[in-house]
Design a protein around this ligand. Structure first.
Ligand SMILES: C[S@@+](CC[C@H](N)C(=O)[O-])C[C@H]1O[C@@H](n2cnc3c(N)ncnc32)[C@H](O)[C@@H]1O
Length: 331
């Protein structure tokens, strides 16, 4: 039986050539809101505008927004539009990748933003100020995932000690015995449901640790989006088997150039967040984006036979975003 392992992506992002061109992130696909992907939306717009609008409708985000931080901002595309929409007093971009931070600086050069190169887990330990909004868009799948956890090994294992989350060793410092103990600690402490997972399963350790560390801070609201392993596609898209993701809820490995990420079991995030007294709202990205649904889309999703290039792109987009979820955590 394979031993538990830890999937890490930090070497890829801190290396010389991290690129997002190999994965179709939603904010990159929608770009400035004028391309073909954007025409699959009821009201074509850049992702940052749609997110700002959604957060103002669904949360208590003030119109005059104070401090915003985005961690893992990639090319800065989301923040460029969000800044125009929200006009916050201060913006900080935190990223583990020096190369991507440079790209963010160029993208956001017209705005007074601060840039900080650090791993999120150590950055959170030092976060002493309050924030109005923290954004993690398509990054938690990159956080460390514990792979190959055997249920029988888990039940024989002593859970890790209960220490303050900020005093835990950083995920990358854990050895294989610690990994199992940490998995047992999280599962026992928060009574995470693993009954429906296979005998050997994967746990989104970094994403769950992030919620524990977040609970120690004064962040008023946090928006997180990522591929989900337990995504329910909203109606009417749920009627089209071609785009409904098939899943056993076990976080799945997504193979990308020179690194792998794992999709996220959002129910586990919600369980921990609720236990730590966050107000939790889960969402499907199709609802946030207000994806178009009309006769053309119905025909396309039913037949899967695009008749032109635009429809080919639409089909790819619908298949892709069907797996995406979001979660908003508020104090
Ligand atoms: C998949 S990209 C997503 C980029 C962007 N948010 C988007 O949606 O297009 C992941 C981003 O998170 C950053 N990242 C990955 N792991 C990180 C960590 N542990 N701490 C801080 N940033 C991290 C990467 O450098 C990259 O900017």
């Amino acid at each position: 039986m394979p031993a538990p392992g830890l999937n890490l992506t930090s070497d890829y992002y801190t290396g010389a050539y991290p690129s997002l061109l190999w994965e179709m992130t939603v904010c990159q696909s929608l770009g400035d809101g004028h391309g073909t992907f954007a025409r699959a939306l009821k009201k074509p717009a850049a992702y940052g505008f749609l997110l700002a609008d959604y957060l103002q409708r669904e949360t208590s985000l003030p119109v005059q927004c104070g401090k915003i931080v985005e961690v893992g901002g990639g090319y800065g595309t989301l923040m460029a539009a969000l800044l125009e929409a929200l006009k916050p007093q201060s913006v900080t971009m935190v990223d583990i990748s020096p190369t991507l931070l440079e790209k963010q600086k160029i993208r956001l050069k017209k705005h007074p933003a601060a840039f900080h190169c650090e791993d999120i887990f150590s950055w959170l330990k030092g976060l002493k100020t309050s924030l109005d909004l923290l954004i993690l868009n398509e990054i938690i799948g990159d956080f460390p995932t514990i792979t190959n956890i055997a249920k029988n090994a888990l039940s024989a294992c002593q859970p890790g000690k209960k220490v303050k989350p900020n005093q835990l060793p950083l995920p990358a410092e854990l050895n294989s015995h610690d990994l199992l103990a940490e998995a047992a600690r999280l599962i026992n402490t928060y009574k995470l449901n693993i009954a429906d997972l296979p005998e050997t399963f994967n746990l989104n350790y970094g994403a769950l640790r992030f919620i524990e560390q977040l609970a120690e801070t004064e962040v008023a609201r946090t928006f997180i989006s990522e591929h989900g392993s337990d995504t329910l596609v909203p109606y009417p898209f749920s009627l089209y088997p071609a785009i409904v993701p098939t899943t056993d809820r076990n976080p799945r490995c997504i193979r990308l150039k020179d690194h792998n990420e794992y999709n996220i079991r959002f129910a586990h995030l919600a369980q921990i967040a609720e236990a730590l007294n966050f107000k939790v709202k889960r969402l499907h990205l199709m609802d946030l984006l207000q994806v178009r649904f009309d006769d053309e889309i119905d025909y396309l999703l039913r037949t899967r036979q695009p008749v032109n290039e635009e429809q080919e792109i639409f089909l790819e987009f619908y298949e892709h975003i069907a797996e995406y979820q979001g979660i908003i955590l508020q104090r």
